[in-house]
Ligand binder design. Structure first.
Ligand code: TMP
Length: 252
């Protein structure tokens, strides 16, 4: 069998050329990093959980008409996705203060925000993904004004969908990060949600206890990351009770 071509290796995922033109195989690794990879570890089972959770969220988004890159899951660690040109921005949506917002503005973590706040970071590991303003995005040509309108609309639709789905299983969506890709269709181009949506890129708090069920468990040394992600997966019905991410039982 011919060895497939690696296109890109990131901190948590590797991308390979897909079987048909315009497709990519996205492989979820077990590697966990934080603070621009200053802290790193390998957490057995994380890749499997994120693959399945991202499938769950992206499929749900497709079902309500929010365009995204997901085509289908291939196996426990891989999914087939649509190739796109990633806009070099991390789009962050916040419903409650936490993390860098709390630090920057001195707002206590957990404080409800008056409205969802969207922030942008420039995707550049060497610079540590700095926060940027729309002025920078326009001036440096990373996205047009039309793109920005579309990005805000996508981000808010993802926020409403995710907040609702997670609320239904007793989880508060504090904030999250998405990435946006550009696809070309004939003479037209449009923007789609790309990358992944998983507890690596969200803050998820248990509604009752406030327990953290996301990557802050790793960033802040709060216990077992796979236990936290498995809890999210079990509540969403992505993995039945009793299954483990190392030996998952699929329910579809
Ligand atoms: P922050 O509070 O550290 O800026 O993070 C905001 C959200 O973005 C949070 O849900 C975690 C997510 N995030 C990523 O997905 N990747 C990153 O590199 C960082 C720093 C945050």
């Amino acid at each position: 069998m011919a060895r497939r071509k690696k296109i890109y290796e990131g901190k948590a995922k590797t991308l390979f050329e897909g079987p048909e033109p315009g497709t990519i195989v996205q492989y979820f690794k077990d590697d966990a990093t934080a603070f621009n990879a200053e802290k790193r570890d390998v957490i057995e089972g994380k890749g499997v959980l994120n693959n399945m959770l991202s499938e769950f969220f992206m499929t749900g988004l497709s079902n309500i008409g929010v365009p995204n890159h997901f085509i289908r899951r291939l196996n426990m660690r891989e999914q087939l996705v649509r190739a796109c040109e990633i806009i070099p921005l991390e789009v962050i949506v916040r419903n409650f203060a936490a993390g860098s917002l709390s630090k920057r503005l001195g707002i206590e973590e957990g404080t409800p925000l008056p409205r969802p706040i969207i922030e942008y970071c420039y995707k550049d590991d060497k610079l540590g993904d700095p926060l940027v303003a729309e002025e920078h995005i326009a001036a440096f040509g990373w996205a047009s004004q039309q793109d920005m309108d579309d990005i805000v609309s996508l981000a808010l639709r993802v926020n409403d969908f995710m907040s609702g789905v997670l609320y239904g299983v007793g989880i508060k969506l504090v904030d999250f990060k998405i990435e946006i890709g550009r696809v070309y269709e004939g003479d037209f181009q449009r923007l789609i949600v790309a990358d992944e949506i998983s507890p690596d890129s969200c803050r998820l708090w248990d509604m009752e206890t406030g327990q953290k069920l996301d990557k802050d468990v790793f960033r802040r040394d709060l216990g077992s990351l796979t236990d936290a992600y498995s809890e999210v997966a079990k509540r969403l019905g992505v993995m039945p009770k009793g299954a483990t991410p190392m030996k998952p039982t699929l329910i579809n």
